[in-house]
Design a protein around this ligand. Structure first.
Ligand code: NAP
Ligand code: MG
Length: 511
């Protein structure tokens, strides 16, 4: 194993590996130069602490009920490892109760004048905005993402999805001209832990706008904002049974997928579980949309604005601890600028702040769970073993408790290396080089996934030519990880099918 470390931390707390072989001279160490104090930020903790109940039941037919299973599981704060609340585990019978409630609510909800349905969505959006700070704090405590992410990205975007779809509710005939759109029926929706409230919004907002009712399962490690959303539904007087939230683990998800009373499954999660769901749904009449994993490529050409590109690359992979399905986890750099890009990347990364997610200055928060940290560590070990060079260039010290991984990147990566092929879902970037645009395109497309990509160049004709030839559902040009409810999102190949957002996203929820 060859590793490039910053002199300040020769020891990596995540894997216990010793740093060695400083391949390049150490850069100016700002913290050391300032005597360790001048450039340190004072703590800036978020002060709002919303009430969190000792335990939360299932939200079925408009109210919170005890789980028939009698089972509860803890929701952990990954930055402290403390238990925040006990969450109900929905059994097959509980899922059945929820599906029946959704079925009973369907005729009245789908029969409402569309304008009235739209009003409910507006009410949800406004109430979410009013409670935005509380939602952001809960998201951060439960999932480990920095408060500046949940406050400035997740929650505002979730609200925007409800506002956007509220507008469509009475205009579906314009969205789908020449057709007479009808709701699909009862929708079973299963979401992951990386954007808990935002994924909920992506699922529930279009479903309700098109007149469907839903049974949604959040991920086991991040149920709290979905349960707060349930409170909001009750608070704004959403008719009971229109939204049902059943918490639990994979078995609860499976019960939703296999339930006969469900007309459509919408799933966001891993490709592995997505394939199982596709098999289970294939012999039924259920409709299916899948938003799965990715191994997205960022391509930098020698004529790009490099400083701008470095910011985009950092945001694309280290933002949200790399827990982003469309993370730009493969970086292809034109050979002539490889050394410059590695230097600039190292310098920028040395100043990333890892730590307390509730601190407003934190760039990289806690890894969502112990299991995910183990997965990332497994890939770091593989990356080292297979011969890539790890650059441990981030200076931040890590807290004693909680699940942490210092962001790093690898150079000397071969296309056959595991870290170049498999989704790591952590703050780990694989840097590779290319010579010609043709080579960049073929190497970027050499992946079973096809979710997103980024292209960085100042040449207009090149950017459009390359973008057109990349097998990816989303291609960002001279930017990365930008989202908007009006813009459809979804993948090719093993990244799934179906689109969420925009006019295209409505199709999934209409007959
Ligand atoms: P996951 O294990 O597939 O879980 C996703 C959801 O499915 C969770 O709610 C999970 O419950 C549930 N689940 C697990 N096993 C199930 C089964 N047999 N039947 C039905 N549901 C089941 O994925 P994850 O590890 O939570 O999330 C990370 C993955 O999501 C990554 O691969 C990422 O790329 C992908 N993702 C994709 C997008 C996209 O839009 N393309 C967006 C975000 C994330 P538990 O959590 O309780 O196990
Ligand atoms: Mg949690």
């Amino acid at each position: 194993m060859r590793t490039v470390t910053h002199p300040e931390h020769e020891h990596d707390a995540t894997t216990g590996d010793k740093g060695m072989n400083k391949a390049r001279p150490a850069r100016l160490d700002l913290r050391a130069a300032s005597g360790g104090g001048l450039f340190d930020y004072a703590p800036a903790p978020e002060s709002v602490r919303p009430d969190i109940a000792d335990r939360y039941g299932l939200f079925i037919d408009g109210s919170f009920v005890e789980p028939g299973s009698g089972n509860w599981f803890p929701s952990i704060n990954p930055a402290t490892e403390g238990t925040m609340s006990m969450i109900a585990e929905a059994s097959t019978a509980d899922v059945d109760r929820a599906v029946k409630a959704a079925r009973e609510a369907l005729p009245a909800w789908s029969g409402l004048p569309a304008k009235e349905r739209g009003k409910y969505l507006y009410r949800i959006a406004r109430r979410m905005q009013e409670r935005a700070r509380e939602l952001a704090v809960l998201e951060t405590l439960d999932g480990g993402k920095p408060i500046k992410e949940s406050r400035d990205v997740d929650v505002p975007l979730a609200c925007a999805h409800f506002f956007y779809h509220a507008g469509w509710a009475d205009k579906l005939k314009f969205a789908l001209p020449g057709r007479d759109p009808k709701p699909v029926g009862v929708c079973g929706q299963i979401i992951p832990w990386n954007f808990p409230l935002l994924m909920l919004a992506w699922k529930i907002a279009p479903a309700l706008a098109c007149g469907n009712t839903v049974v949604l399962k959040p991920a086991e490690t991040t149920s709290l904002t979905a349960l707060r959303f349930a409170e909001i539904c009750a608070e704004i007087g959403l008719p009971k049974g229109v939204v049902n939230i059943v918490t639990g683990a994979g078995e609860t998800g499976r019960a939703i997928v296999e339930h006969d009373g469900i007309d459509k499954i919408a799933f966001t999660g891993s490709t592995q579980v997505g394939k199982m769901i596709a098999k289970a749904v294939a012999p039924t009449n259920k409709r299916l949309t899948l938003e799965l994993g990715g191994k997205s490529a960022n391509i930098i050409f020698e004529d790009a604005s490099l400083d701008q590109a470095i910011e985009g690359i950092i945001e694309g992979i280290y933002f949200n601890q790399g827990h982003v399905c469309c993370a730009g986890s493969r970086l292809f750099v034109q050979e002539s600028i490889l050394d410059t890009v590695i230097d600039k990347l190292s310098d920028r990364m040395s100043s990333l702040r890892v730590g307390d997610p509730m601190d407003k200055n934190t760039d990289v928060g806690a890894i969502n769970s112990k299991e995910q940290l183990a997965t990332i560590s497994k890939y770091l070990t593989l990356g080292d073993k297979e011969g890539a060079v790890r650059h441990d260039v981030c200076n931040s010290s890590l807290p004693d408790k909680g699940f942490w991984c210092r962001p790093c990147f690898y150079s000397g990566v071969q296309p056959s290396h595991t870290i170049a092929r498999e989704e790591i879902f952590g703050p780990v970037l694989a840097v590779m080089s290319f010579r010609t645009p043709e080579e960049a395109i073929s190497r970027a497309n050499n992946s079973p996934y096809g979710l997103a990509a980024g292209v960085w160049t100042d040449k207009g004709s090149k950017i459009f030519d390359v973008a057109r030839r990349l097998d990816a559902g989303i291609v960002w040009l001279n930017t990365y990880n930008k989202f908007d409810p009006t813009s459809p999102f979804g993948g090719y190949k093993e990244s799934g099918f179906g689109r969420e957002g925009g006019r295209h996203g409505l199709l999934a929820y209409c007959r």
